[in-house]
Write a protein that binds this ligand. Structure first.
Ligand code: 5GP
Ligand code: ZN
Length: 139
């Protein structure tokens, strides 16, 4: 997509600190990192949301993330990583091209676990949990 920053980086029209690529995926440093080594992994082709991605590209994307996590941790001597996707604007997605964040974490870095991303915790009854389970389940 012509006005998409990440398509521009994938096409090498916009500068990006590219650290790895596969046939379908590209990894580069986040320009405004939450931690040293904050890396984004994207499909080279433009898809806005995770469920838009064809299976082959999704498999390549997550395989690439899996390979990169230990490399990122080693590169900045991190103790751990948070790996996540803001999947849609309501979840905080600002760049509408699928991207996986790999955020290095350090002991006592003052950050939060992924549990901190959502709003107020719902107080769900067993009936409500049963309904969700039934709606979601394919068993
Ligand atoms: P989102 O909120 O969409 O999940 O995150 C978008 C991420 O893209 C942000 O962490 C932001 O810093 C990063 N970003 C935005 N523009 C650019 C850019 O031009 N280059 C790079 N490398 N990262 C960018
Ligand atoms: Zn794009």
């Amino acid at each position: 997509m012509s006005d998409c920053i990440f398509c521009g980086i994938a096409a090498r029209d916009i500068h990006g600190r590219i650290v790895h690529e596969t046939e379908h995926s590209l990894a580069f440093l986040d320009v405004n990192p939450l931690a040293p080594g904050h890396t984004l992994v994207v499909p080279k082709d433009h898809y806005a949301r995770l469920d838009d991605l064809p299976d082959e590209l999704s498999a390549d994307l997550f395989r690439t993330v899996d390979e990169l996590v230990p490399r990122v941790e080693d590169a900045v001597d991190a103790d751990a990583t948070n790996v996540g996707i803001n999947n849609g604007p309501a979840a905080g997605q600002e760049v509408e091209h699928v991207h996986v964040h790999i955020v290095p974490r350090f002991e006592d870095d003052g950050g939060n676990p992924i549990h901190a991303v959502a709003g107020e915790r719902p107080d769900l009854s067993d009936d409500e949990m049963d309904d969700i389970e039934a709606t979601l389940s394919d068993l």
